[in-house]
Design a binder for this molecule. Structure first.
Ligand code: ATP
Length: 365
């Protein structure tokens, strides 16, 4: 299945229009052989439509789709040699779980012992051993979803397209299945394109993440880059939680800029700054990058703040604090025992390198 480009999927300038509605607009990206790529974005951003165009269930209005170097833009799904798991499981209602999973293998005329083995293995991976004889209507939504997954995995496709395959599972099962799916994908070196609106799922499973908004791609990067260097307000806000400050660069020193926010807040901001003095910028800051100090300290990026709200998440606490100029700030703390109370003043410290700067239009500076 190797072609000269090393690309399993190539999407080039693909559009999908429904009358006047542009569902997907000029989308281009690649998936390399053996790579796990996620399409991530909010509801309605065009992820499913993009995946369905690659699978062949939706015809592109424009552009080209290549699979293993072959132009498949106008080929029907069955000629594209891809496996898929969609949100609506499409199980055969009159067939048992085992028969559903065996179905594709039977079509491929594999021998009985091979089929029995594969069915057993796929059901074990998806946590469904013991459910072989049940009919789909005797299963919960999450179990049906796993049967659909097992059915696709049994065929060991070179290329697997999945649309929110874990969305109906409870959290514990979803996290366990993520891990199983990822291990299997690595063991079989299975090229995978995965649609999700769950940022944690995308970050934990993917080699690269394609982030979509309003039918367009806004970012393609490795999970760490997406989170640590979001490069836009949309990505920063969609992938994780972010604090924003609007300010003006007042001075540029050696790799550190001074940004004035309102009347009272001055931030020392490091990190490859290319903004000129006087530029209007937006400063991004992840809540877990703010440190709560044990005692009062004065200096650059040491801030006094009043605790306004506290949320307990188990492993962490999230404080909403208010700075003297009225700016609200989320602060995530791991020390859940030394917790400050609402109304108290706390002292915060922020490393200059932990800020990210973008311009007011949302582009990095
Ligand atoms: P979700 O996470 O909610 O499934 P999505 O990102 O997968 O969303 P799509 O299902 O790809 O989004 O839809 C993208 C846009 O295209 C939406 O605005 C949707 O309303 C529109 N759309 C999708 N299918 C059709 C259709 N058959 N006719 C008209 N508009 C459509």
């Amino acid at each position: 299945m190797n072609d000269s480009t090393g690309k399993a999927i190539q999407v080039e300038g693909v559009c999908k229009r429904y009358g006047h509605v542009s569902a997907v607009n000029d989308v281009s990206f690649d998936v390399r052989h053996g790579e796990f790529v996620s399409l991530l974005g909010p509801s309605g951003c065009g992820k499913t439509t993009t995946l369905r165009m690659i699978a062949g269930f939706v015809m592109a209005s424009d552009g080209h789709i290549r699979i293993n170097g072959r132009d498949v833009t106008y080929l029907p799904p069955e000629k594209r040699e891809v496996g898929f798991v969609f949100q609506n499981y499409a199980l055969w209602p009159h067939m048992t779980v085992a028969e559903n999973v065996a179905f594709g293998l039977k079509l491929r005329k594999r021998d009985k012992a091979f089929i029995r083995n594969k069915v057993e293995e796929s059901l074990a991976v998806t946590g469904l051993s013991g459910f072989e004889g049940r009919l789909p209507r005797q299963l919960s939504g999450g179990q049906q979803q796993r049967v659909a997954l097992a059915r696709a995995l049994a065929l060991e496709p070179q290329l697997l397209l999945m649309d929110e395959p874990l969305s109906n599972l409870d959290r514990a099962l979803r996290v366990a299945m993520r891990r199983e799916l990822k291990k299997l994908q690595q063991r079989l070196n299975m090229t995978t394109l995965y649609v999700t609106h769950d940022q944690e799922e995308a970050l934990s499973m993917s080699d690269r993440v394609v982030i979509m908004s309003g039918g367009e791609i806004v970012r393609v990067a490795r999970p760490l880059e997406v989170y640590e260097d979001p490069q836009s307000e949309f990505v920063a806000d969609f992938v994780g939680t972010t604090n924003f400050f609007d300010g003006i660069v007042s001075d540029i020193g050696e790799g550190v800029a001074t940004v004035k926010v309102g009347e009272t807040l001055t931030l020392r901001v490091g990190n490859r700054i290319s903004a000129a003095p006087g530029s209007a910028v937006r400063v991004l800051l992840r809540p877990e990058r703010v440190r709560i100090l044990a005692e009062r300290r004065e200096g650059a990026n040491m801030l006094a703040a009043r605790v306004d709200f506290i949320e307990y998440y188990g492993p962490t606490l999230r404080y909403t604090v208010v700075l003297p100029g009225g700016e609200a700030l989320f602060v995530e703390a791991h020390d859940i025992h030394g917790s400050a109370q609402i109304g108290e003043t706390v002292w915060l410290s922020i490393e200059p390198d932990h800020f990210r700067l973008i311009d007011r239009k949302g582009a990095p500076v």
